[in-house]
Ligand binder design. Structure first.
Ligand code: FAD
Length: 443
């Protein structure tokens, strides 16, 4: 018996249900990744991280006697082609929720039926599959996080699956080369791959203790930074949750709760696949302004509001941004500049290593006030946020070199500095478009 495992965003051998099942049920396994040119251009940062993750997966599979077969083209066409080439009876795949992924699954199902190949979808992208818990015991998805989280936390999670020890490829299969590594946009981006992801997870478990106190503290950088590895499935969300749950204390519990947020947005997206472009709550989708100049300043990190600029520059430098800074910058775009949240979705999506449809769009809609579990009137005052979560200005000075010489919390309001000091900084004044009405700028 022969099976094809179509890898998508489950780039690991540990706790990979699709791979484990194929290896348990077939003598020969063909692990396949198809580079889809339509996806390669969306984000140079993620294209690079993906490439690194594939190279790592290939090494791991080789060490087990197998290999990673790499093709370029339409994943459905290529998967069927390979299955026929090697005489596979079945294709195994991790289920996913985005509109793109769902279409891919549906097309694959049709093609498999036509060619009499069995298709099996497996869990593994989330801790609990979307639909794993449902409000009132049946039908629909949770719109509010707290009841979802209570159900999620007490639900029976699946058992983790064993890592295959050996993999036997079908004879004479052409494995294909990985194309050259694409250049990313962000010089300080994290390195992709399961090996690196597991290393970081191990280190993180030593540091998760004070997470509850530190996760909003921007200079402390006290979060796991596991999000890109979860995004590409270099680590299993279930493994991460199980290992953190095994550590006592409020820190690990708060961390596991964040994994609950991740699953929450996946089950929302499974029911509402248009989440990237359509407001979940239409009534919250306000009259957004058109202002290319303001948008550009926000994107470039030159709004003149230091904490906003620091966040936007961290995004460009690292392909990652602290969650508190994501909240502040997103609120600034939508509530202070009055620009459309979809602009924010797209800009973040281009740079974030962890950029994915459910979490990016779900969180943007939460901030913009168009989401399911949201408060439309919520707006973050960037100065108060900065003074609370970056009290000495360490985070701002880390990413905005023009302000390096400004000491303490004065860095958060450079417009209050004496004119002689301010004019020497080379840092812009606050954007014209909102200067007058902005409450936080009043002396
Ligand atoms: P930790 O604090 O260590 O949390 C552990 C894990 O929990 C994260 O890796 C992540 O998988 C999950 N998580 C944490 N916070 C959230 C949250 N608010 N919503 C959903 N899951 C969460 N996260 C993404 O993974 N991809 C995105 O594209 C994304 N876009 C965002 C856009 C905006 C406007 C905002 C406000 C948040 C966004 N987030 C996104 C959520 C959050 O900012 C990141 O998951 C987090 O900063 C990742 O860093 P970490 O791994 O150190 O998180």
């Amino acid at each position: 018996r022969t099976a094809v495992v179509l890898f998508t965003r489950d780039l690991r051998v540990h706790d990979n249900p699709a791979l484990a099942s194929a290896c348990a049920n077939a003598e020969q396994v063909a692990p396949l990744f198809v580079l889809d040119p339509r996806l390669q251009t969306l984000s140079p940062n993620r294209a690079r991280f993906l490439h690194q993750s594939l190279a790592d997966l290939r090494e791991t599979l080789r060490a087990k006697g197998g290999d990673l077969i790499v093709r370029t083209g339409d994943p459905v066409v290529e998967a069927i082609k390979l299955a026929r080439e090697v005489g596979a009876e079945g294709i195994a795949l991790a289920a996913d929720v985005s509109a793109y992924a769902r279409r891919r699954e549906q097309r694959l199902e049709q093609e498999c039926e036509q060619h009499r190949i069995s298709l099996r979808l497996f869990p593994g992208t989330t801790v609990l599959p979307p639909g794993g818990v449902q409000p009132g015991g049946g039908g629909g998805h949770y719109k509010v996080f707290s009841p979802y989280y209570r159900a999620w936390e007490s639900a029976k999670w699946r058992d983790e699956v064993a890592t295959p020890r050996t993999i036997t490829l079908p004879p004479d299969v052409t494995v294909g080369d990985l194309p050259e590594a694409p250049a990313g946009d962000s010089p300080a981006a994290a390195l992709g791959g399961e090996t690196e992801g597991r290393r970081r997870l191990e280190t993180w478990l030593q540091h998760v203790g004070p997470y509850d106190d530190l996760h909003n503290d921007m200079p402390a950088d006290g979060t796991s930074r596991l999000s890109p590895y979860l995004r590409f499935g270099c680590v299993s969300p279930l493994t991460v949750a199980n290992l953190a749950r095994a550590v006592d204390g409020p820190g690990p519990a708060a961390f596991v709760r964040q994994l609950g947020w991740r699953d929450f947005y996946y089950q929302v997206t499974a029911s509402f696949p248009a989440i990237s472009t359509q407001a979940y709550r239409k009534s919250g989708d306000g009259e957004w302004r058109n202002d290319d100049d303001a948008l550009k300043h926000w994107q470039e990190g030159t709004t003149g509001v230091p904490v906003v600029d620091a966040g936007m520059r961290q995004l460009r430098a690292e392909g990652w941004m602290h969650n508190r800074a994501r909240l502040i910058t997103a609120s600034f775009l939508t509530k202070h500049l009055g620009l459309d949240w979809r602009e924010g979705v797209q800009w973040f999506f281009r740079f974030l290593l962890d950029g994915d449809v459910p979490n990016n769009s779900g969180n943007w809609q939460w901030v913009a006030g168009t989401g399911n579990d949201t408060k439309p009137y919520r707006r973050f005052n960037p100065i108060r946020q900065a003074e609370r979560f970056d009290p000495d200005g360490v985070y701002v000075r880390r990413y905005v070199p023009e302000l390096k010489a400004v000491e303490g919390k004065a860095v958060h309001q450079p417009w209050r500095l004496p004119e002689a000091v301010r004019s020497g900084l080379g840092y812009p004044g606050p954007l014209e478009s909102h200067r007058d009405e902005a409450v936080w700028l009043r002396p």
